[in-house]
Design a protein. Sequence first.
Length: 356
Amino acid sequence: MNKDIQKNTKQIGAPQKENRMRRLVKKVHLDTKELVLLQLLIGVFLLMSILSPGRFLSVYNLQSMAYQFPEFGIFALAMMVIVVTGGINLSITYSATLSSILGAVVLVALNNLGVQPLVTVVIGVLVIIISSIACGAVNGLIVAHIGITPMLATLGTMTLFEGIALNITKGGAISGFPDMFQWFGNSAILGIPVPLLIFVLVIIATYFILQRSSFGAKVYMIGCNPTATRFSGVNVKKVLFLLYIYSGILTGFAGIIMASRYNSAKESYGYTYLLQSVAAAVLGGTDISGGFGKVFGTVVSVLILQVISSGLNIFGVNRFITDVIMGMILIVVLTINFVNNRMEEKALLSKKVVTA
């Protein structure tokens, strides 16, 4: 009798062990993708170091990269959280520039009135963040509540934000900030650039919101199947609305860093980050159709693209050629992902046919 019980127990436990093995294999597969990205980052860094060791590995270049890529990284995360839902936010750069321009108007006005620099900077930063929240809310309202396709909706708001910014600046740059405002983009704490510290805080916040919360689980569910998510009791409109607001807040932080680094605000600042942020999100493993994407992969891909951009700049490659290369990288990555998905679908279909 004891032998029969042991036999039945083994039979019951076998499927459980098999399921655990499948989950483990899946987890290792995902980690392998991230390891490949890390290896690619190390490879690109070593390549640039070998080709131009004196300039690429110089303290000036490394410090310059440390001050530059945080704003790019924040834009990439702002894009990534939206792409996870199967959407896209084409207005991220103009949301940042419009917010920074509105904040710049306040900064200059208060500075000219002789208001204390600390008070002026605090009010200016608050205006930038509130403006970015408003930009995110406009996107969220149009996409989530009106129901317009994210690409068309954010294309419209991109033009809207750009038009408002141009009307305010008349095509020029707004400057004349208190010196204290430059702290956000040009200072360091214990040798660590402030923009980098801000980026680290944004990474942590995005990680916990997206990958370690019930809200994040709902975001991934929407990306996989919005209709099924809606029937499961999730308020899809509310989740999307809040997510676009969060994306807007991230653009506000990027706008603060840009305005501080340049010590001015202009509508054309950071326009190249739009294409690069999409490339970073996709290269980092985010599924362009939604349902999957990780913060770690996006951050590593940002570093890869920054190293490539910095290296090309050192070699004297024209900035427009750099944009062409970034576009080619995006096309290649999208093509590889498309082919891999098709192969997985065919393999799954073949397996079902054999099983049947």
